[in-house]
Design a binder for this molecule. Sequence first.
Ligand SMILES: C[S@@+](CC[C@H](N)C(=O)[O-])C[C@H]1O[C@@H](n2cnc3c(N)ncnc32)[C@H](O)[C@@H]1O
Length: 278
Amino acid sequence: MTFGVRMNSETAGRWANTKARFRRGPGTTYRKLQSLKFLLTRDHRAVRHFLRTPFARPMSLAARLSMLAQYMRITHAVRGYHTLTEILTVTEAILKRINPVVVEAGAGSGSSTAKLSIATRAAGGRLLVFDSFQGIPENDDVHHLLDGRPLTFRRGAFRGRLTAVKKRVAMFGAPEVCTFHKGWFEDTLPAFDARPDVVLLDVDLLSSTKTCVREIMPRLKEDGILFSQDGHIREIVALFLDEAYWRDEVGIEPPAVERRPKLLALRPRGVTQPGRAG
Ligand SMILES: C[S@@+](CC[C@H](N)C(=O)[O-])C[C@H]1O[C@@H](n2cnc3c(N)ncnc32)[C@H](O)[C@@H]1O
């Protein structure tokens, strides 16, 4: 005779599903509760702003709520490395423009890419996505958080394979507005010839940031905006505030830098060396 609970395979399967739902990763109940909590606390100001602010093309409240719901769905399903507040700030910049060229450098698993594609489609634009799709490159960059704690990014971190990212964008976003550029930034960025309106960098390394800035910033439209999601890294903030870096290495006047606080917004002020802006 057997005492205790004996599970048949159906019960065991159900129990495994219940346990899985209470884990923390994408697709879990924990994740949904967390984003609901953030919606009502940390992100509620940004959400209210997004629901009210005027855009270049009129957008109904229903359309805005639907966009928010799509963003939440992506957050629940795909691992991402941004807050709703951050992605809504970039979304607003996109929606304030007509037919914008949007550039994303650093796609990770595709969470931000799927969201940016939805915003870009709504604005009638196109989205150029740059990533190694192999994660962070080999590096010996020295980084610190703003409070001085050291920070390292190991090779391969944040890797999302191109096929997986494309699949997620197809499932949750707007693949028809996206072009994917696979490879190291130093190889792929020099070849692109568009003049971006809105750029989102989320690349973690100082060396990757320098490559992106050198290649993208001089081509940004005069009224364009470049966001960096790496405002928590001391060396990257210092780079953006270094006037000599902009003049001597990038060849443009130092941009206006706004700190919000992890999301940095850079607006061009002018070209120093004619020709670099393309
Ligand atoms: C933190 S992840 C991006 C996360 C994504 N934006 C999100 O919010 O979900 C950083 C990305 O930068 C890419 N990356 C960093 N340096 C790179 C380089 N030099 N060339 C190509 N990709 C790079 C990595 O492959 C990785 O996908």
